[in-house]
Design a protein around this ligand. Structure first.
Ligand code: MRU
Length: 349
């Protein structure tokens, strides 16, 4: 049992672990106003595609509860506006929009209900989205753990654990399931510049599970692969296009190129809620550009001369042909990815 949760709903409040402060401080924020959820998503107090989806749904539920009208039509209009506001928090992780669509579908499916009943349904739906994410990740992890063998050295990028999801994790969930199945292996953790999700969060989570890891600067991955010290790479995703092109934390694409050059299997682990079937390929995925100050300083520490130019693309897109397989809750899609993804998508849960 892991003694923390990234986000939960308690007494009509959202309780979330402030990931900006980890690993130094374990502080839970109690949020009652949906504007504070937007701020938490924007500033990465909560982050990781599935966790952003859960936070968006809970934010929408808070927004719905705050609406004072008893007129269902007015409620629907105001609720749609709240969802639109939340949708603008971050652009890349599609789980954000997926979760908000689910919340809006609840309202659409019950056109004749009074406001109080709709509010109750929305609060319940947000909790269902959280619960489902936990179950989905556990299935995904069971399917994926076969890619890890005893004695492997696994490499991962960014953070994809319980912190980045409703619970359990995606890529890190795969490692957790392999560990729980009795396999013994170790993990190279990319520090993941500029916000250090690997150094601050993945190490923290692996430590709690008890999986041995070694933290490395992002630039060290190539040398380790050259020396044959990486057996498999497993990363998460923020949005996957219909053809399997995958947006994930900046630096993922370079890992995939290196993996192909060195013959290392490269897996993406993500639930179907991270697929965007409206996009034929990854070129159309919107990539978030964040403030340059995140590159020129870390917290209060100044890292570059004043006035230094910096570019802060938060994600990159890995072309499908560099991906060995996509691990989902319905099984592993392998090359050729397009047909396997189609097949799994239509398969029963
Ligand atoms: O900017 P972040 O920290 O939200 O980016 C997170 C990632 O890129 C993760 O790899 C991805 O969301 C998958 S989380 C299970």
């Amino acid at each position: 049992m892991i003694p923390y949760c990234s986000i939960c709903w308690e007494d009509n409040k959202v309780r979330l672990l402030d990931q900006r402060l980890l690993p130094q401080e374990e502080l839970y924020l109690e949020i009652t106003d949906y504007h504070d959820i937007i701020e938490a998503i924007r500033t990465l107090a909560i982050r990781g595609a599935p966790a952003i989806g859960v936070a968006a749904a809970m934010g929408a539920a808070l927004g719905a509860l705050a609406l004072k009208t008893e007129d269902p039509e007015e409620f629907k209009k105001s609720f749609a506006a709240i969802c639109q506001e939340i949708a603008a928090a971050r652009p890349t992780a599609v789980n954000l929009f997926w979760a908000l669509n689910r919340m809006q579908d609840v309202v659409k499916a019950h056109p004749a209900e009074p406001v109080a009943a709709l509010q109750e349904r929305l609060v319940r739906e947000a909790q269902v989205i959280l619960k489902e994410d936990d179950t989905t990740n556990r299935h995904l992890a069971q399917h994926g753990q076969v890619v890890i063998k005893d004695g492997d050295q696994v490499l991962t990028h960014c953070n994809t654990g319980a912190l980045a999801t409703g619970a359990y994790g995606t890529a890190l969930g795969v490692m957790r399931a392999a560990w729980e199945a009795g396999k013994r292996f170790s993990v190279w953790v990319d520090e993941t510049r500029p916000l250090l999700q690997g150094a601050r969060l993945t190490t923290w989570e692996l430590g709690k599970i008890g999986i041995p890891y070694t933290l490395i600067p992002d630039g060290a991955a190539a040398a380790l692969m050259q020396k044959g010290r990486v057996n498999v790479i497993i990363v998460g995703a923020d949005r996957i296009a219909a053809n399997g092109d995958t947006a994930n934390k900046i630096g993922t694409y370079s890992l995939a190129v290196l993996a192909q050059y060195h013959g290392v299997p490269f897996y993406v682990a993500a639930p179907f809620s991270t697929f965007d079937f409206s996009l034929a390929d990854g070129l159309q995925i919107p990539v978030e550009e964040r403030a340059p100050e995140e590159v020129t300083r870390f917290r209060r520490e100044i890292l570059a001369p004043s006035g230094a130019q910096a570019l802060n693309l938060a994600f990159d897109v890995t072309p499908n042909e560099l991906i060995t397989g996509i691990i989902t809750e319905k099984g592993i899609a392998r090359q050729p990815l397009i047909s396997d993804i189609k097949y799994l998508r239509s398969a029963k849960d």
